[in-house]
Design a protein around this ligand. Structure first.
Ligand SMILES: Cc1cc2nc3c(=O)[nH]c(=O)nc-3n(C[C@H](O)[C@H](O)[C@H](O)COP(=O)(O)O)c2cc1C
Length: 178
């Protein structure tokens, strides 16, 4: 972990996709680029990641549920947000303005705050064929969200773990964080 006082703070929003267990790759890449990192996981994503390892790597508790009113904020405010991996479910709900997980609440609010946000979808081609998906990406793009170039993998073919570039989130954000 790097110096907490001077570095910008990155939220990594993790959704329940098959490759979420590799999120440590993005945490490490971000820390190497002098980000401090906190992870926000959807409730479903908690079953996909090693929470203890992630918290040891970031030095911050994983956030997944809303805090109790009056409790201190567990993470500093975000200077930027990387949503990786992003599921079909969270992408569509985010674009529609649904806020029924903490992760979605943070993402929906980020637009109003003007927080630079990048999303790396990890979705199979059968899900991506649903008309709502393309419309959601178009809407997020129009909101100024930076969208990764991963091409949906064939369903039931083992996924595309080897083609998923975690660092792309940092590359997409870099020009927008001063
Ligand atoms: C083993 C497993 C792997 C999954 N992988 C993906 C995936 O790669 N992409 C995706 O969009 N959904 C995937 N899903 C489905 C999501 O987990 C499901 O839609 C969930 O409701 C998403 O919740 P979230 O968007 O709140 O994280 C997977 C489910 C399971 C059980």
């Amino acid at each position: 972990m790097t110096d907490r006082t001077e570095n910008p703070f990155l939220y990594i929003v993790v959704c329940a996709a098959g490759i979420a267990d590799d999120v440590g790759t993005l945490i490490m890449a971000a820390q190497e680029r002098n980000w401090n990192v906190g992870v926000v996981a959807t409730p479903q994503a908690l079953g996909f990641i090693d929470a203890e390892a992630v918290e040891a790597q970031t030095g911050y508790p994983i956030r997944s549920a809303w805090r109790v009113p009056g409790d201190p904020r567990p993470l500093p405010p975000a200077d930027a947000i990387a949503v990786a991996p992003a599921t079909f479910n969270t992408i569509n709900k985010w674009a529609a303005g649904i806020s029924d997980t903490l992760a979605l609440g943070i993402l929906c609010e980020a637009y109003g705050f003007g927080t630079p946000t990048a999303v790396l979808p990890y979705v199979n081609a059968a899900m991506a064929a649903h008309p709502a998906y393309g419309q959601s990406l178009d809407r997020l793009r129009a909101m100024g969200v930076h969208i990764g170039g991963y091409e949906p993998h064939q369903p039931k073919a083992g996924g595309g773990r080897d083609k998923f570039r975690w660092e792309e989130a940092l590359e997409l954000l870099a020009p927008h964080v001063g």
